[in-house]
Design a protein around this ligand. Structure first.
Ligand SMILES: Cc1cc2nc3c(=O)[nH]c(=O)nc-3n(C[C@H](O)[C@H](O)[C@H](O)COP(=O)(O)OP(=O)(O)OC[C@H]3O[C@@H](n4cnc5c(N)ncnc54)[C@H](O)[C@@H]3O)c2cc1C
Length: 460
């Protein structure tokens, strides 16, 4: 179906139009960019017409899914913004355990449609995040150890390519493009529909626990030693942050830097024992346990990082957590952790590591820990401190970092895609890019430059 360009831009917003400034706002308040035009797209035909318009007008293109990218990649000055936010519908086939979600759906839209059936796709932990950017970059959350990444659950997609054509992609149809969509970070076209495999979910057992920073070293060492032998039903993440004034946290810790652990147990029973054994030698200063529906767990992180604040997030993988690395983490928590900032530490392995390294574009599946520093503040005067603190932590963790980084928690630089994917994977991605987007229309991302693989000819 081809739609005239003028019709696709019928709902476009131009600078000065009412609604233009609202539509160019994204999650990160640091990002203040002015697109030439914002094409609000309702279906693939709108997207295709917007792509053709951009080509004719010589405009660069960016794509907005949920607008939650930490580096604000959805927006560029003077580009045409393809805004997918009208495309948030989700349809669920509970028998085949599949969901079909629009390219602009948020995690809340997906969870809202699937969880009433006792099903879910593994996604992230904040339901306001966009499915588009999250799935195309990887996507990990509470179900990752048990079931894997969001991109591992992408079975098919509808994609508008740079030449304005609309294609269906699956394991049988253009499998190399499906490979690239599974972690390649939005480089290959506009995904207007995601078909996702669903998993059964039930109530979950959740425990929050806090340690004062003086005990954080012991707690992190216990975490490091215990995780490799834990079952996939157990997901446990740590975060340095300033303690909220919750009644289960001792008052002396309120407002102080603490190490908070969240344990999620997905099995039918056994969570309390598993969590108790893990920290038997290192009891927390306060803890709180409850059983909740999976849908509630998915919304637990909402509001923790509200849209509009100024953010600088960066991250890296750690092969291990030796004592010196723990010391670096604690030092940054004591020194420079502002009111809203966090240092997050997660442990992967499990189902993430069981997927073949070549099966998807997502790199670094053998990584153990992921550490993210997320600086957050309100006053522009804090920009330098925020960037310096988050960037400094990852720099000082350098000796223990393993190769690559998570594309969805990476700041953009000229080399960011090469660093994320490593030389071998980057070459395969570049060959795919040369096939489907030779003029690099889709470059509002961690950009893979189109460059064919000399020896391997055309890709499927
Ligand atoms: C508060 C918060 C919590 C987060 N939690 C998690 C988490 O638990 N797990 C995790 O893995 N990540 C998490 N992230 C990171 C998140 O995955 C990335 O920020 C992701 O880029 C957000 O996707 P989006 O669609 O909202 O972003 P956008 O800013 O809209 O887009 C990001 C990139 O993806 C491209 N893109 C988006 N949709 C499409 C599409 N349909 N077709 C083609 N390209 C598209 C854009 O062009 C851009 O390059 C979190 C981020 C935030 C801000």
């Amino acid at each position: 179906m081809s739609r005239p360009v003028e019709e696709a831009l019928r709902a476009a917003l131009w600078p000065g139009d009412p609604g233009y400034d609202e539509a160019r706002r994204v999650w990160n308040g640091m990002i203040d960019r002015r697109p030439a035009v914002i094409a609000r797209c309702s279906d693939a035909a709108d997207v295709a017409a917007a792509v053709r318009y951009a080509t004719a007008a010589g405009l660069a293109v960016t794509v907005r899914g949920g607008g939650h990218n930490v580096a604000g990649l959805a927006l560029a000055d003077d580009a045409l913004l393809i805004d997918l936010s009208p495309m948030r519908s989700v349809e669920v086939d509970p028998v085949r355990r599949l969901a079909v979600a629009g390219g602009g759906a948020l995690l809340a839209d997906l969870d809202g449609a699937t969880t009433p059936h006792g099903l879910a796709c593994p996604v992230g932990v904040v339901s306001e995040t966009g499915l588009g950017g999250l799935a195309l970059g990887g996507g990990y959350g509470w179900l990752a150890r048990k079931w894997g990444l969001t991109c591992d659950h992408l079975t098919a997609a509808e994609v508008v390519l740079a030449d304005g054509s609309t294609v269906r992609v699956s394991e049988d149809d253009r499998p190399e493009l499906l490979w690239g969509l599974r972690g390649g970070g939005g480089n290959f076209g506009v995904v207007t529909e995601f078909t996702l495999r669903l998993r059964p979910v039930d109530e979950v057992w959740v425990r929050s626990a806090v340690y004062p920073v003086e005990q954080a070293g012991d707690a992190l060492r216990a975490y490091r030693d215990a995780m490799p032998s834990q079952p996939d039903d157990l997901q446990l993440v740590g975060a340095f942050k300033r303690a909220p004034a919750a009644d289960w946290i001792p008052a002396r810790l309120h407002g102080q830097p603490v190490l908070a652990f969240t344990t999620v147990w997905l099995g039918a029973e056994g969570g309390p024992q598993a969590a108790a054994e893990l920290f038997a030698d290192c009891p927390p200063a306060g803890s709180f346990e409850r059983v909740m529906p999976f849908a509630e767990l998915q919304a637990m992180g909402d509001g923790s990082e509200p849209a509009g604040r100024r953010y600088y997030t960066t991250s890296g993988y750690l092969a291990d957590l030796p004592a010196d690395a723990v010391d670096v983490l604690v030092r940054y928590a004591v020194d420079g952790l502002t009111r809203y900032s966090t240092i997050d530490l997660g442990y992967f392995r499990g189902a993430v590591a069981r997927v073949d390294d070549d099966a998807t574009a997502f790199p670094s599946r053998d990584a153990s820990f992921i550490c993210s520093a997320s600086a957050a503040w309100d006053d522009p005067a804090g920009d330098e401190h925020g960037r310096g603190w988050a960037g400094g932590l990852l720099r000082d963790l350098g000796p223990w970092r393993s190769e690559g980084s998570y594309v969805n928690y990476t700041q953009r630089s000229g080399r960011s895609a090469a660093e994320v994917y490593g030389a071998h994977r980057y070459a395969r991605l570049a060959a795919l890019k040369a096939e489907v987007d030779p003029a690099n229309m889709f470059r509002g991302n961690h950009n893979i430059a189109p460059r064919p693989l000399a020896s391997e000819g055309r890709l499927r």
